[in-house]
Design a protein around this ligand. Structure first.
Ligand SMILES: *Cc1c(COP(=O)(O)O)cnc(C)c1O
Length: 431
């Protein structure tokens, strides 16, 4: 596969943009490779500047669900653009998308739109602190909620339950208010709550997507909700990925939980910059100008993003069978891939839910941060490069979800399975 033009562009880019990229994982650094440059995208495929075609399992990190350049969506966007690109004033479509979201999520009574998922989680946390008058936050190791200062925090050393910065530039004074618990280990949440009385909120990806896909164990989320309720801690469900992906109504619908605040993003903008946070009326009313918790945005509720979102959500609402199809396609792939792995002696585990899955290079089940973190990253690097050469684009990191859209159909699944056969045969014999 020739990637000369991409390599030349990447070289140019590194002179102008740090590491050549506008978001770190795009640099392919963790798989020791350099990125291809996309010329266009259609359906389940990306096409690069060198004329290569890739079956896309990144799907804009979950923002795409109808498939790239969906004809109906593109039509809706073209119409929206004709009416102007931004107003900074009220317009009817923002009511329409709010209604769609409220109808899909019974836990959301009022909501605000933002321009990214990061803004949504950042605002949700400020709101929780403003509403409760408390400072502490509980997050789970391995969950990602955007690049918010208070959430770029890792567990402290030893027995300490308070966090330390996971990035330069995050003050320790801020990080120490974030307590880090372990996903699927309820006792870690209990311990933090027992030890600290100043906790405003607990934020969680109800299905982990940013450590690879990790499902919550039976009743885990219900116990988390119970603990929060007993202690007056607001439960924030970060459904930026899962929102309209695992079903219409998100993971909270699947697991029967009723969060105080929900964060959305990705899918709800149809590929445009967007985010949203919403929840109980009483809490949301603490936002300015009703209350004293400030939050704002020049492009919040941008008319093009909103109309792209409305088209996407209406399509999903009216074609719920697509969720069953996405689930069946993943199940089909999963069974075959696991058989292929066994045949070639490649230690491999697949975690999946509707619309996303992760294959882990591991000989044990992946159920928490620890079991994910110990998988074979070298094997993943080899897998990534082999797959790219086969014309399949998986995320350039082991710890990501592979994202399926409505355009990943039988043909794409067959191609994926065939490529696994080739790649695992090569990997199995080389190890
Ligand atoms: C992507 C993501 C975010 C951040 O959204 P951005 O639009 O990238 O700022 C937050 N939470 C989760 C769970 C995400 O996957």
């Amino acid at each position: 596969m020739n990637r000369d033009k991409s390599e030349a562009l990447f070289k140019k880019a590194t002179n102008l943009i740090p590491a050549g990229v506008n978001s770190p994982v795009r640099a392919f650094k963790s798989v020791n490779d350099s990125p291809f440059y996309v010329k266009k995208a259609k359906g389940a495929y990306l096409y690069d500047v060198d004329g290569n075609e890739y079956l896309d399992y990144v799907s804009s990190w979950g923002a795409i669900i109808l498939g790239h350049a969906d004809r109906g969506l593109v039509g809706a966007i073209k119409k929206a653009v004709e009416d102007g690109t931004s107003y900074g004033a009220c317009h009817p479509a923002e009511i329409e998308i709010a209604q769609l979201i409220v109808d899909a999520f019974p836990s959301i009574e009022l909501l605000r739109l933002t321009s990214s998922g990061t803004e949504a989680t950042m605002s949700a946390i400020r709101l929780a602190r403003g509403f409760t008058g408390k400072r502490g936050i509980i997050k789970f190791r391995g969950c990602y909620h955007g690049h918010v200062d208070s959430l770029l925090v890792k567990a402290g050393s030893g027995l300490a339950t308070f966090g330390t910065p996971d990035s330069d530039g995050v003050p320790e004074d801020l990080a120490k208010h974030t307590y880090v618990a372990e996903f699927n280990h309820i006792e870690t949440v209990k311990n933090i709550i027992q030890e600290h009385k100043d906790i405003a909120c607990l934020i969680i990806e109800p299905i982990m997507g940013n450590m690879g896909v990790i499902l919550p164990e039976e009743k885990f989320l219900n116990y988390v909700q119970e603990l929060c309720q007993q202690s007056g801690i607001l439960l924030i469900c970060d459904e930026v990925i899962t929102g309209f992906r695992v079903t219409y109504g998100g993971a909270q619908h699947v697991y029967g939980i009723d969060p105080d605040i929900t964060c959305l993003g990705k899918i709800i903008g149809g590929g445009f910059a967007i985010g949203a946070f919403g929840g109980k009326r009483k809490i949301m009313q603490a936002l300015a100008p009703l209350g004293n918790t400030y939050q704002a945005g020049t492009l919040s509720g941008n008319p093009i993003a909103v109309r792209a979102g409305i088209y996407t959500l209406q399509y999903l609402r009216d074609h719920r069978d697509m969720y069953d199809q996405m689930r069946q396609h993943i199940e089909m792939a999963k069974d075959s891939i696991l058989r292929i792995a066994t045949k070639h002696g490649v230690p491999y585990r697949i975690n999946s839910t509707t619309g996303m899955f992760t294959g882990f290079f591991s000989d044990r089940d992946v159920t928490d941060y620890e079991s994910a973190a110990t998988c074979d990253k070298k094997a993943y690097e080899s897998f990534f490069k082999h797959m790219l050469a086969e014309g399949i684009f998986f995320a350039p990191s082991q710890f990501e979800a592979s994202i399926v859209t409505m355009c990943h159909k039988e043909r794409e699944i067959s191609k994926t399975i065939d490529s696994y056969e080739k790649v695992f045969r090569a990997m199995g014999s080389s190890s």
